[in-house]
Design a protein around this ligand. Structure first.
Ligand code: NIG
Ligand code: FE
Length: 421
């Protein structure tokens, strides 16, 4: 048995609260404890409270059990801010190469759609990913795993979607599984076989392949917990998206969806109709779409990094979503095309400056609400007794500094299952 006490955080941002996603005013309630500490035993949080209280408990435990006393470690956080590790609920972690050419073309004024039509875009990453071996994909993604951890993120969701053949999609999902097993980052797998229409086929034929061949094997091999689809003009329309997600639901996968990103195609309503866990992007979603999400309590996953990196100003209507009572989630959308960032602090900055969320709302959306969207709200996303001891420490005194200083890393320490990495 080993114990760790983290003491003297200026603010311990616990996010303790009701055991469900936070809505409305609850998004602003961070349940901060000042000059606080955490007692961790065997990777789980045993106690949170004022530092002197944690020290008293620790001393009492040590007197009772001298053997245990030898295995106690204390760390002085020196008046820094401590938070639950970020939970990034939307990433495309595994792919080969990069999209530097797209990046430069956008800088010269071409749009995401123009570049895709000219042979760049998702398809160019698919070609490179198909050509890569499992080990090559693993090694490239491992470096990115370190980026997430260095930014204070301890759990991510990761999608397939750059293979688009049965074998290549399974290859990506196996790499995700191996990264989850062999690195400190917890990774929740999502199957995104309907991410783009492969050059060699039609959308209708690809949907058949996804439904008849890919999904049954993904489910049988338990390679994914969620299924996602890119519902957009030029990708998969509403009816095709409905078919894929309905088939996934029959196989007991939970649902997420890239919807209303570049155009309002009624994607938010579809996700409500299918009782999806999340509807992601939503840059073009209108009031009706927001009302539909509310009617089925679908969680919106907002991805301001992709709006920013595409050079657009079409940010989703976060305030209207919060006012409607939706349990908003914030994520990076890490991917080589539209959002090459693994930084949740960058997402917090964009949430405050562009989505007009408060720093507290953004932090709730990046931790406990994100955890609930991944079906892990009982294990991660807040610092409460019984939960996994995933903690991120930042070299500042006030939690609002996380969103305020941008482009500067303030991460001072990251703990996963109570172990510093
Ligand atoms: O979430 N919208 C579709 N998928 C990604 C972009 C993927 C890519 O460009 O490689 C997104 O923005
Ligand atoms: Fe995405």
């Amino acid at each position: 048995m080993s114990s760790l006490a983290l003491l003297h955080a200026s603010q311990l941002v616990t996010l303790a609260g009701p055991a469900r996603p936070r809505v409305g005013k609850e998004l602003s309630e961070l349940a901060i404890i000042r000059d606080a500490g955490i007692l961790i035993r065997d990777g789980k949080i045993e106690r949170v409270g004022p530092s002197d209280e944690i020290e008293r408990i620790l001393n009492a435990n040590c007197i009772q059990d001298l053997e245990a006393a030898r295995n106690v470690k204390t760390v002085d956080l020196g008046g820094r801010v401590a938070l639950p590790g970020f939970v990034d609920a939307h990433t495309h972690l595994v792919f080969a190469g990069n999209r530097l050419d797209d990046f430069e073309r956008r800088a010269r004024g071409e749009t995401y759609q123009q570049i895709a039509e000219a042979g760049g875009g998702i398809w160019s990453t698919v070609e490179k990913t198909r050509a890569a071996t499992e080990d090559e994909l693993f090694n490239q993604a491992k470096k990115r795993v370190d980026w997430f951890l260095k930014c204070g993120t301890t759990t991510i969701e990761a999608k397939s979607g750059y293979g688009l053949t049965l074998e290549d999609e399974l290859k990506i999902l196996r790499v995700i599984r191996r990264l989850n097993d062999e690195t400190k980052l917890e990774i929740v797998p999502t199957f995104l076989g309907a991410h783009a229409v492969p050059r060699e086929t039609s959308a209708a034929k690809h949907v058949d392949l996804v439904i008849n061949e890919m999904l049954p094997l993904v489910a049988k091999q338990k390679l994914a917990e969620f299924c996602d689809v890119f519902c957009e003009r030029g990708y998969f329309d509403l009816e095709q998206s409905r078919k894929v997600l309905t088939a996934a639901k029959m196989l007991r996968l939970k649902l997420r969806g890239h919807v209303d990103q570049l155009s309002n195609s009624g994607g938010a309503k579809l996700m409500a109709e299918l009782k999806a866990a999340t509807a992601d992007h939503l840059e073009k979603t209108d009031e009706q779409g927001i009302a539909a999400l509310k009617s089925a309590n679908v969680q919106p996953v907002l991805l301001p990094g992709s709006v920013y990196a595409l050079g657009s100003t079409s940010y989703p209507h976060a305030r209207a979503m919060i006012d409607a009572g939706l349990a908003v989630v914030l994520a990076t959308d890490f991917n080589p095309g539209s959002s090459p960032t693994a930084s949740m602090p960058m997402a917090l900055s964009l949430a405050c400056t562009q989505l007009k969320m408060s720093p507290a709302e953004a932090i709730t959306a990046a931790t406990i609400n994100a955890a609930h969207s991944l079906n892990r709200g009982d294990k991660i996303g807040s610092l409460e007794p019984g939960k996994t001891a995933n903690v991120a420490v930042f070299d500042c005194e006030d939690y609002r500094e996380l969103a305020y200083w941008f482009g500067i890393s303030q991460v001072q320490g990251v703990y996963v299952h109570g172990q510093q990495i």
